[in-house]
Structure formats: C-alpha cells, structure tokens
Design a protein. Structure first.
Length: 281
C-alpha cells in the first residue's frame, strides 16, 4: 500500500481508527472507502468488516442502496413487487485524493461512479477529537454534489416498497456479540422504540463500550435513524425515509454525524453530556 491508500486517526497520539481509501473488494460489495477497525481509547474494537451476515457492511462510511437505480450499498437491490434481487447495478466510490491529512483527521475527495459514468462528487471531512480519558468523538461530514446534467434522486428499499428499511447514508456496522446491544435515546429505548424516528442522538451500548450517534446539523437531525440490534448491531442516518431525496444538477446534499466512542456502558445522562461536549460549537 502507498501512503495515500490509508490514513490512521489518532487521539492524543493513540490510534483509534484506520481508514482504507482503495479497498480491493468484489464489485458486488459496491467498493468504497471505510473506517475499520475503529476502537475505544482502551482498544476495544467497535466496528466489523464484511461480517458473514452482511458481507457488504464495511465498518463506518457512506453507503446508499439507490442512486437513480444504481447500488452504492452492496449486495442485492430491493425491487418493488419483486423483493431483494441480485442485479448488475453496483457502483463504486473512488478516492481521488486527500485535500488535507493530519493525525486527527482528513479531508477527502471522491467520485461516485456507476455504469453511466460519474454521478456524484463527494467531499468527506473526518476528524477525531478527545473528550475524556475514556471517550472520544468521530466527526463525519459528507457533501454529495450531482455532477451530471440530469436530475438525480436517492432512494432506499423503503421508498421502493419495503417498509422499515430506509437505510442509506452514514452507516456504522458495530461488532456483534453474544448479547444484543442496548439501544436508547433521551426519551425512548429498544430497537422498536428508536428505529425509524428522528432523535437528537441515539446510543448503542454493548459489552464494555457505547456508541452515541448525534446529528450535528438541522438537516441531519431531521433524518430518522435506521437502527438494528437483534439481527445485527448497526446504526445509520436515513437520507430517503418516506420519499426519494432529489438532487438537481449542480446541487449538493450535506450531512454531518458526530459519534461518541466510549469505554463502558453509558446511561442517558452521561450519553447526553458527552454529546453536548462533542457537538458544541
């Protein structure tokens, strides 16, 4: 690998995440850059890469199952009235270069390419910040610009007819353990109570670790959360929940999610306090 093929995120000199820019992956997995492993400050891994249950889940990144019919999520495509279908429609996110790269973060340019050519241009800004002796924050912003001359739209299995499956956007595949992780927000708990609803933050707490995901812009906070705990542990922010998201030519969609990565199992008050510290201007 060359130095441009990966970046290591550090907090106070301690490595907490490895970012791979040019993974060698089958086309069916919709190849794209990802963060894995991501760890707590004590070294506990809190991501999974290509697990057996969903080989197209790649740590932390941006994945969208339907950009004008092209699959940038990986795996099968949900087709209305047909269900999950194996299609030859996979795109890839191609690393163009780092505009900035420091030990605690980077700014990256990417091209989203499918059969017709380049559809979207992305600028991705990722930063790691220490919060306490046992917690740090991953600040992840992505901006998607339609570089074609035609209107594009972003969809999800939910907008294509599969209820409850509005995944697509920022997505974090967490580590699977013997017991299901605990899921909660400031006012709700459990996968059923949290999934598919907007909330200022949502927490996923496993054996000795907690992830707290927070929308850091008004537009991001409006997006409902996609949450899985029983089938597999994962959290994402839904770009297309009730309807397709239009992206006219030359226009840009921006989302920012800040994730607290903590050792131990946090309660509501501790989770909320760390989110306030991580997202404060």
């Amino acid at each position: 690998m060359t130095s441009d093929d990966f970046a290591v995120l550090r907090v106070a000199g301690r490595p907490v995440g490895r970012y791979v820019t040019r993974p060698e992956l089958p086309r069916r997995l919709s190849p794209r850059p990802y963060l894995h492993p991501v760890t707590t400050l004590a070294g506990t891994a809190v991501t999974e890469l290509s697990p057996a249950d969903h080989t197209h889940h790649l740590g932390v990144g941006v994945a969208v199952p339907d950009v004008e019919g092209h699959n940038f999520w990986g795996g099968r495509t949900y087709v209305r009235d047909r269900g999950s279908t194996e299609l030859d429609n996979h795109g890839s996110q191609r690393h163009t270069g780092f505009q900035l790269r420091d030990p605690d973060g980077f700014v990256e340019e990417l091209r989203w390419v499918a059969a017709p050519g380049e559809l979207l241009r992305e600028r991705r800004t990722v930063a790691a910040t220490g919060l306490t002796d046992t917690a740090w924050a991953l600040d992840f912003t992505f901006s998607l610009t339609n570089v074609t001359k035609a209107p594009l739209s972003v969809g999800s299995p939910a907008t294509n007819g599969r209820a409850g499956a509005a995944y697509g956007g920022f997505f974090w595949r967490a580590r699977k353990e013997e017991s299901d992780p605990e899921v909660f927000t400031a006012s709700a708990e459990g996968e059923e109570g949290v999934h598919g609803r907007p909330a200022d933050w949502v927490a996923l707490a496993g054996a000795g670790w907690t992830l707290v995901f927070a929308g850091a812009t008004e537009a991001t906070r409006r997006d409902p959360w996609f949450v899985r705990a029983a089938e597999y542990p994962g959290v994402g922010s839904s770009l297309a929940h009730d309807a397709r998201l239009p992206v006219p030519p030359g226009e840009t969609v921006v989302r920012r999610v800040v994730t607290v990565v903590a050792d131990g199992r946090l309660g509501r008050d501790a989770a909320a306090a760390l989110v306030r510290k991580a997202v404060s201007p």
